[in-house]
Every structure is written in structure tokens, then in C-alpha cells.
Design a protein around this ligand. Structure first.
Ligand SMILES: Nc1ncnc2c1ncn2[C@@H]1O[C@H](COP(=O)(O)OP(=O)(O)OP(=O)(O)O)[C@@H](O)[C@H]1O
Length: 593
């Protein structure tokens, strides 16, 4: 109930914010409903006038029917029109807000959890549904007003008619089941729905298209897609079938009761105990009373649906607030690093993961140092990088920036002092200038800076190959857009990471995997030189790589193994120690001989 009230308040407040005047006009429909409510009464007056040869009463009844029909028709039309318009505008306002909230959640954890992804999928699947929630509320409001009026009219005509309200109760109870089935069906559909979207992407986008064809996966993908779509639709189809059966049973029960009550009243009318006008009114009201039962049913259904839809939105909003509050640090990051970054007992487990991916990691990354992070696939390197950049919240332990806990720092301000290139780099399909320039938004239009970043990020060749230079639109799906190779996209991502000139933490998480070993080595040497030259700022440069030739140039090498720190030292120290690092280094060196 509390969720439903919160949901109603949410949609009504949004509607008023979008347009107070249209919101008011939407209510005109309910007023029209109230006016038309009294029509059976006018008909009863008319019948009474006929029976008692009272032309005045007949004329009054006709005038009342004509006036109420005209007025309620006009109000209905105006209200309905306003409602349709308002419903779209409110839906759009909510969809925009969902996009804003999703993008502004400062961490990435929610995008790694299937529970959160299912909720987001349900919100995305039901695009415009929050506008529909306003519609549901307005319908419910109109229906409840109408139902209440009908009940008053029925009670005034003959109390036995109220028995028909009881006859409608099974359908009200059934609605609660239907709503529950509906919720379960939506939940059951969410995961296969995501799978179907993923498979559709696999079979219709160019990127995975090559592997799908080379490995002959078309049939497998098609079969899985058919299965996923079937699993996606099946709960809904089953729900529709069950709902129809239950509804039909409820209608049969109601009409059985209605026939019995009317027969009872006819019996009394024959004996002169019930006036004919009342009988006419009763016949007219039977349909409306069934409607009243349906209305109550729909209202429960509508409000529960509204509560569920708005509940997902409120969940998203609350989640964003919760994440923001968990990162409520306000301290500004230091202008320069003096001590460096200290990691104390850090652990991280991905949402729903059984085992933590990082545990008990303690390290000191001295100010001004170039640190190489190595380890086999799945050792936890990228996870550590994301914790240092504040993209994940540690499960345990902390990260200290010059002695200040990262949790106490203002997260956006810390992010503004972090730069780099990531393993899952983004293909930003803007112009080349913007694609690189967004690495430092205030200087996105500064083409000298963009060219410098391209130079430092080994992206000059890419620029030279673009037909309109920095003005070239990237991405073949856009008009005159140019597609780039994987390595070219990656170089642009590296250049983007070079846009900020004063980072305190520069992260290079395997940004060079698509480059040859010599280019990677040269690039890293350049980073290391630049980092040492900028030693006054104390920036820490963190390079994640699998190439040991590159690692040798680092001041400090950290070896991760199974989520723990296995070794720490300089390249020379670790080779001399003849441990895991020396073994991996020797293996790779042998490969090059
Ligand atoms: N989104 C995720 N959800 C659950 N587990 C994850 C997720 N991402 C990574 N992991 C797990 O965390 C562990 C560490 O992964 P991480 O990506 O940090 O390794 P890595 O050392 O960077 O590997 P690679 O060299 O392959 O990039 C792995 O066991 C991986 O399965």
C-alpha cells in the first residue's frame, strides 16, 4: 500500500511538473463520468412519468439526459485528449530521467549484477510504462468515482442490488492472483529477454558477425534465440490464458447472481411491492454493478501494476541515492601526491560471486612511480584498477590517497584527477576531434591539445588516415562515417587517456593489446619518461600488461595471482628471487628467442 501511494504521488507530481494545466484537464474525464452516472435515474424518472402520465417529469428526464450526455461527452473528449497527450509527455519525462539516473550512478557494480540488470531490463522493456502509470491512476480515479456513485444509486434504489457487489468479490480476489502471476511472469521473462537481446545482437551486428560466420555459429545462435524468445514469451502467454479462464468463470458467477436478484425483484414487482420504475433502474444498474466489480478489479490490478512499475523506478532512484550517499566523501584530492597510494587489506567480490576476486591486497604505490601490474588471466588486475578509480566499492579494506581514504574523497573530483585507457575501451562514434577530446571535456574543442594527445598516444597514424582529419565522423553506421580497425580504435582510446595533463593516477589497463610489442614498448617508455618528468606532481602511473619486455622499465612490479599479491619488487629483484614472476618472464623470453 505504501509503495502504491508512493507510486501515485510520484506520477501525479511528475505530471503536474510536466504541465499543471494539462494535468487538471485530465481530471475532466472523471467529472464527465460523474455526470453520466445519473442517467439510469433519469430513465427511471421517465418511466415513472409515463406510468403516472406526468409530462413535466418526462420532459425533465429527457432534458436531464440530453444535458448530461452533451456535457459528459464534451468533458470526456477534452479529458481523454489531454490524458493521451499527458501520458506520452510524462512517459518521455520518466524515460529521460531513467537514462540520466542510470548514467549518473558513480560506480559500475550495478552493471555487473544480474539482479540489477534484470530490473533495468524490465524498466527498458516497459519504456513509456511510467506514462502508462499516470494513465492507470487517472483511469482508476475515474473508475472509483464512477463505482462509488453507482453503489450509492443502487443502495438508494433497492438494497438487494448491493448483493451483486458481493457477487463481484470473487473477481476482485482473482485479480490479486492475476497480479501476482503477472509479477512472476515478468520476472521469469526478464532473464531470457536479456539473453534474446544478446543473441539478436550476436546475429545482427557486424562485430561478432565474423566469428558467427567463421565458426558456423549461425544455426546455434538461431536455435538459442528461438529457445530464448520462446522462454521469454511463454510466461506471458500462459498468463494470458490463465487470466482469460479466471475472468470467464467470474463473469458467469456474477451473471448467475444477477439473474437471481432480478428474478427476486420481478417477483416482488408482480406483487406490487417494488415500483416498476425501481425495477427499470435495477435492470439498468446490473450492467453497471458488474462494471463496478470489474472496476474494483481493474483498479486493484492498475494500482498494483502502477506500484510495480513505479517501484522499479523508485528502486533505481533509491539505488542511485544509496550509491551516492555511500560515496559521500567531500574532501578534495590533493593538488600533488607526496606519499602515494596505499592499499590496505583490500578485497572485492563481484555481486553474486561466490568467491572474492581480490583478497587481502596490501600495497604501497609510491608517488611519482611507474608501477607494472602483471599476472595471469583472471588474476584480478582489472578489478584492482577499477577499485583504484572508484568504479567499484571495496568489499573490505581501503585505498588511501596520500593518507586520505578514497571513500572520504569527493568521487567526481578524484575521477577528474584520474586518466587512462581501459581494457574495455569505448568506441566513441563522434568526430575524431570529439572522440579523443572527451578525455578532457573542458578542452574537447581544443584541436592543439587533441593533436598532442594523439601524438602521445601513438595515434598520429590514425589521424593521417582519416579523410577529413579531426573533423571525420567515426563509425560506419553514421552518414559519411569512417570505420576503424580494432587497433586504431584502441589508439584513439589511448589518446583520449592522454587528454588530461595533470592526473594523479594514470591507468593503462592493457591498452596496447592490439599493438605490436615494439610499439607497446616504445609507448610505455614514453609514458614512463613523461611520468618521471612530471615527478613533481607525484602522479602514479599504473600499467597492466602481459608483455614482460615492457614491465622491465617499471619502478615497481606487482605480481597478482588468484586475487592476491604474490610478489612485489623491481624487475631485477623479482628475477633474482626466482619466484613466480621469474618463471613467467623466462617462459615469455624463451618464446621470443
Ligand atoms: N563482472 C564480473 N562478474 C563476476 N566476476 C568477474 C567479473 N569480472 C571479472 N570477474 C572475475 O574476477 C576475477 C578477476 O578478473 P579480472 O578481470 O580482474 O582479471 P584480470 O587479471 O584483469 O584478467 P585479464 O588478464 O584476463 O584481463 C576473474 O576470476 C573473473 O572471473
Amino acid at each position: 500500500m505504501k509503495t502504491a501511494l508512493r507510486g501515485i504521488w510520484l506520477v501525479v507530481a511528475k505530471s503536474v511538473r510536466v504541465s499543471p494545466w494539462q494535468s487538471l484537464l485530465c481530471m475532466a474525464e472523471s467529472l464527465g463520468g460523474v455526470i453520466s452516472l445519473l442517467q439510469p435515474l433519469y430513465l427511471a424518472w421517465f418511466v415513472d412519468g409515463v406510468l403516472h402520465h406526468d409530462t413535466g417529469k418526462m420532459a425533465l428526464a429527457v432534458a436531464a439526459v440530453a444535458a448530461s450526455t452533451g456535457l459528459s461527452g464534451a468533458l470526456n473528449m477534452a479529458g481523454c485528449d489531454a490524458r493521451v497527450r499527458q501520458f506520452e509527455r510524462v512517459g518521455f519525462a520518466f524515460d529521460t530521467e531513467i537514462a540520466r539516473i542510470t548514467a549518473s550512478i558513480p560506480t559500475l557494480d550495478h552493471l555487473e549484477s544480474s539482479k540489477y540488470l534484470d530490473q533495468l531490463q524490465a524498466l527498458r522493456d516497459q519504456q513509456g510504462a511510467l506514462g502508462g502509470a499516470l494513465n492507470s491512476f487517472l483511469n482508476t480515479f475515474r473508475n472509483v468515482v464512477f463505482a462509488g456513485g453507482t453503489l450509492v444509486l443502487a443502495a438508494g434504489a433497492d438494497a438487494r442490488l448491493l448483493l451483486l457487489v458481493l457477487a463481484g468479490l470473487p473477481s476482485v480476489v482473482a485479480t490479486r492472483w492475476i497480479v501476482r502471476w503477472q509479477a512472476r511472469a515478468e520476472e521469469e521473462s526478464a532473464e531470457p529477454g536479456r539473453l534474446a537481446t544478446h543473441l539478436l545482437e550476436l546475429s545482427t551486428t557486424a562485430g561478432p558477425g565474423a566469428e558467427v560466420r567463421v565458426f558456423g555459429l549461425r544455426e546455434v545462435v538461431r536455435a538459442r534465440l528461438t529457445d530464448a524468445v520462446a522462454r521469454w514469451r511463454a510466461p506471458m502467454v500462459a498468463l494470458a490464458r490463465r487470466t482469460e479462464v479466471v475472468n470467464a468463470a467470474c463473469s458467469v458467477f456474477f451473471f448467475g447472481c444477477a439473474v437471481a436478484v432480478l428474478a427476486w425483484m420481478v417477483h416482488d414487482a408482480i406483487r406490487g411491492q417494488v415500483p416498476v420504475a425501481t425495477l427499470v433502474l435495477a435492470v439498468m444498474l446490473v450492467g453497471r454493478l458488474q462494471n463496478t466489480a470489474n472496476v474494483l478489479r481493474w483498479s486493484i490490478g492498475n494500482i498494483t501494476q502502477l506500484a510495480r512499475t513505479t517501484g522499479r523506478f523508485l528502486w533505481l532512484r533509491d539505488y542511485e541515492r544509496e550509491v551516492r550517499e555511500a560515496h559521500d566523501g567531500t574532501q578534495a584530492p590533493p593538488a600533488i601526491l607526496r606519499d602515494g597510494i596505499t592499499i590496505e587489506g583490500l578485497a572485492y567480490a563481484y555481486p553474486e560471486a561466490v568467491e572474492p576476486s581480490l583478497r587481502d591486497v596490501s600495497l604501497h604505490l609510491p608517488a611519482g612511480s611507474v608501477v607494472a601490474l602483471v599476472g595471469e588471466n583472471g588474476a584480478g588486475k582489472s578489478t584492482l584498477v577499477k577499485l583504484l578509480t572508484g568504479l567499484y566499492r571495496p568489499t573490505a579494506g581501503r585505498v588511501l590517497v596520500d593518507g586520505v581514504d578514497l571513500a572520504d574523497l569527493d568521487l567526481p573530483a578524484w575521477r577528474a584527477r584520474v586518466s587512462g585507457a581501459f581494457q574495455d575501451y569505448a568506441k566513441v562514434e563522434f568526430t575524431a576531434q570529439e572522440s579523443v577530446g572527451v578525455g578532457d571535456l573542458p578542452r574537447v574543442d581544443d584541436d592543439r591539445e587533441v593533436r598532442r594527445a594523439l601524438r602521445e598516444g601513438a595515434g598520429e597514424d590514425v589521424l593521417a588516415s582519416l579523410p577529413s582529419g579531426l573533423a571525420t565522423q567515426l563509425g560506419s553506421s553514421w552518414p559519411e562515417g569512417v570505420e576503424l580497425s580494432g587497433g586504431q580504435w584502441q589508439r584513439l582510446a589511448i589518446a583520449r587517456g592522454m587528454m588530461r595533463t595533470e592526473p594523479l593516477l594514470l591507468v593503462l589497463d592493457e591498452p596496447t593489446a592490439a599493438l605490436d610489442a615494439a610499439t607497446e614498448h616504445a609507448l610505455f617508455e614514453r609514458y614512463a619518461e613523461a611520468a618521471r618528468a612530471a615527478g613533481g606532481r607525484g602522479a602514479v602511473t599504473l600499467l597492466v600488461t602481459h608483455r614482460f619486455s615492457t614491465v622491465a622499465a617499471a619502478d615497481l612490479v606487482v605480481v597478482l595471482d588468484g586475487g592476491r599479491v604474490a610478489e612485489v619488487g623491481t624487475h631485477a629483484e623479482l628475477v633474482a628471487a626466482r619466484g613466480h614472476y621469474a618463471e613467467l618472464y623466462e617462459l615469455q623470453a624463451r618464446g621470443y628467442r
